[in-house]
Write a protein that binds this ligand. Sequence first.
Ligand SMILES: Nc1nc2c(c(=O)[nH]1)N[C@H]1C(S)=C(S)[C@@H](COP(=O)(O)OP(=O)(O)OC[C@H]3O[C@@H](n4cnc5c(=O)[nH]c(N)nc54)[C@H](O)[C@@H]3O)O[C@H]1N2
Ligand SMILES: Nc1nc2c(c(=O)[nH]1)N[C@H]1C(S)=C(S)[C@@H](COP(=O)(O)OP(=O)(O)OC[C@H]3O[C@@H](n4cnc5c(=O)[nH]c(N)nc54)[C@H](O)[C@@H]3O)O[C@H]1N2
Ligand SMILES: [Mo]
Length: 908
Amino acid sequence: MKLEINGRPVLASPGDTIYSAAKKAGIAIPGLCSSDDLAPFGSCRLCLCEVEGQSGLPASCTTPVREGMVVHTESERLNRLRRNIVELYLSEQPAGDRAPESLQWLAKSLGLRQVRYPQPSHRQDVVDRSNPFFTFDNAACISCARCVRACDEIQGTHALTMLHRGFASRPVAGAASLTGEEAAGFASSNCVSCGACVKECPTGALMEKTVAEQGPPERTVRTTCAYCGVGCAFDAGVGDGTVVNMVPADDGPSNQGHACMKGRFGWTYNYAPDRLRVPLLRQGNQWVEMSWPDALDRIAHEWVRLRDTYGPDALATISSSRGTNEENYLFGKFMRCVVGSNHIDNCARVCHSATVTGMMDTIGASAATNSIQDLDLAKLVLVVGANPTESHPVVGARIKQAVRRGAALIVIDPRRTELARLADLHLQLHPGTNVALLNGLGHILIQEGLIDQDYVRDRTQGFEEWVKVVESCTPETTSKVTGVPAHLIAEAARRYATSGGSMAVHGLGMTEHRWGSHGVMALVNLALATGNIGKPGTGINPLRGQNNVQGASDVGCLPTFFAGYQPFDNPELAAAHLAITGRPLPTTRGMKTPDMWDAAIAGTLKSLWIIGYDVAQTDPNLKKVHAALKSLEFLIVQDLFLSETAKLAHLVIPGASFLEKDGTFTNLERRIQRIRKAVEPPAGVLPDWQVVCEVSARMGYPMWYGHPSAIMDEIAQLAPMFAGVSYDRLEAPEGLQWPVPSKEHPGTSLMHEHSFPKGKAQFVAVDYLPPGESPTETYPLVLITGRILQHYNCGAQTRRTGIMQVVDTDVLEIHARDAAQLDLHDGEIVRLVSARGEARLPVMVSDRVQPGELFTSFHFPHTDLNVLLSSSADESSKCPEYKVSTVRIEKVLPAGTPATPMRVMLIT
Ligand SMILES: Nc1nc2c(c(=O)[nH]1)N[C@H]1C(S)=C(S)[C@@H](COP(=O)(O)OP(=O)(O)OC[C@H]3O[C@@H](n4cnc5c(=O)[nH]c(N)nc54)[C@H](O)[C@@H]3O)O[C@H]1N2
Ligand SMILES: Nc1nc2c(c(=O)[nH]1)N[C@H]1C(S)=C(S)[C@@H](COP(=O)(O)OP(=O)(O)OC[C@H]3O[C@@H](n4cnc5c(=O)[nH]c(N)nc54)[C@H](O)[C@@H]3O)O[C@H]1N2
Ligand SMILES: [Mo]
């Protein structure tokens, strides 16, 4: 569509407003209430314009473009009106320099020298400091409602509302938004501190506390968040050599300017007083500080000694999915070239290893088939065993946006999560019964002729075997096993098959089970039967957990594959490996993490080097893990903090955080993105990749790289799926989605469009098998463990931030019926007992769980939660059964004891 703005020809798309078309053409129109990320609102009136042949002065942000329109956005008449508007705004503000900078700047640019109306402000004196991360000062507010709209349209939490009218109008959070009465503030509302309101505020009425205290940043550095796998792009604001704020980037491909509490405000652990700064050596019960050269010498000395005495099987590493691709590749290289084994694993083992097995056996590739942006295209979103509004909040918010635009939502989860409440259908199955339920859906597809016959014929094999298995899975039998009413099973199958594009996302509720990989296969079977793979807005999309768990596995921190998921016995790879590294590639598969515990207890594994992974808190069956760690001759732990695992180490090496180093992370949609050094690490602290280079050199195999980019070049040489990846290409804000088979290849946002890696995809028929444990008289309740929004995994990072003011404990959620039966009340401390041990924590009555089932998180070490869990795991992948344990509850304190104060916020 063509129009003219200020005498210039402008091309616009249908759906553009005059404001957005002008902006794209580089014509700035003043405005305060409009935002690229929000629907047009037209409240500030600053962007008004003249349209030839039309009377009146429309707001350009709410006026749609028309073919041939002739528009003027600059004229003396318009400027005079704008001056008057800004003057009115300023008349409500504190006088002179105390007025918001953006208004002062506008006044200056419009030539407004003096405010003729009486000041000071008409605005009510309201300051809300109750949120731990930002303040609201009504004096600087212009009531443009961008904050309210951001909370509704971007985050979908609806925590804010505009209260009162006229001069008295202002945004409020909390009880006021419901009752119209005075607000108790952000802290008492359902605000999730995503910071969208702060980012949208045009005047600084909403402001980060760190900025208020430290002043605005002097410069910004584009980087990628280091919490979950969404991979949000951020601009780290730096002032005086320290980070001042983290602002989500509008051109971030996976977050589009949005963020969550942890990424936006949870980075202050970087400055925690107990950050590790020097290497620590255990001497008896004491830690003694060590110089860096001595510490590196010591590792090399111990590892040479143990390797030469006992052979390479005495040594193993567990690498960090929190670290960069380059760091992870180098740890793999170190094990393969220096130690001569494949004894390396990463936390994907306890997380999505069952996805890897389940997708490899069916599709032939284990990563997300589609991209996050496909959520905008999906007609139906199927969320299976994932809680994205807490675990991947930016994806969660995007799913809520999809629902608002009309997409259907089906949630399969034993708990009533926030998305389950929003869903068209919530299939509230019993934990551990995914295979039964998904097979039951398959049964309906066949019974009702909902199979995509062409797709099945052209692109798959093994369909008949699958039909044989699901034939017996009638809605009635499925309902009996899963607890899901038969009509919901039928309805879900129909909707999934007929939506016109169904996109599945799944999480640990699928994988962390005794039969986790079977669950993933059962889900893939449904997608294949309905033709929902290889098209935009469809697919099988594991919501990978850690910032770089995808990458750590991609670059070969696995005992079963080399970088790029190449099998060790590939002769071409062996030749390339020898040519590039000078050492042969060991061909024997290495130990998986649980095998390492067994080997340590058996005495064959003598030393473990663990980087950024708190196994002593987060692995299952902790008594066993602790026994294994304690039986090692030399445990090396490299971390930012003295984690529970570090406390058991012989030598602790400090790490540099993501803000302090260069590298890349790969997010849950296979997108490789840069992280960039924003600030210096604590004096002397080396990034993890330099530590391994130093030790390697001391062991006789120097690995010198001038910069992480050179490490990526080597990965590109050895792994065909990264062949086209290089740092110069990664400068683009969108990064690169693998596979990138050549320098010219643009990357892959949608996989399997025309064929699968093995040609055809394989239906793998799987029968339902029960979980490792079922309730008994001694242990009558089923415990589900998982995450909450506010804290992150072992909690080492989030427990060292202002997030503690929001949530300061794990809490056991229990249904009202069970609580009444056991005479339990909110805040009471209970003992949770399993066949392995016991944990202590406060209870909270919650309708997020069903009767007979319990839920808690694992973010606080003193809870001792994982002591309760068994070593039961998925057979092929060894993914632990974190989601089903049977337990009983015992009261710790006599009835009537006052509840312990606790901070808890359940997302509903
Ligand atoms: N805030 C926050 N975000 C995180 C993390 C964190 O610790 N905190 N950790 C990151 C990591 S490492 C990971 S892997 C991801 C994990 O992200 P998610 O997979 O979302 O995590 P969980 O909460 O462990 O489990 C998801 C859901 O599975 C459900 N579930 C349990 N059993 C079953 C079952 O048998 N069937 C079905 N269908 N559902 C079941 C649970 O009720 C829960 O709602 O989150 C990442 N993001
Ligand atoms: N009960 C129960 N237990 C679970 C789960 C569950 O659902 N239920 N989920 C499991 C899952 S999916 C996972 S992934 C694990 C995660 O568990 P962990 O990986 O143990 O937990 P994290 O908090 O991610 O971080 C590990 C450590 O990395 C450090 N770190 C962060 N960045 C860096 C860095 O750049 N360099 C170095 N050297 N260190 C760094 C942190 O300080 C922290 O101590 O927990 C598992 N445990
Ligand atoms: Mo994870």
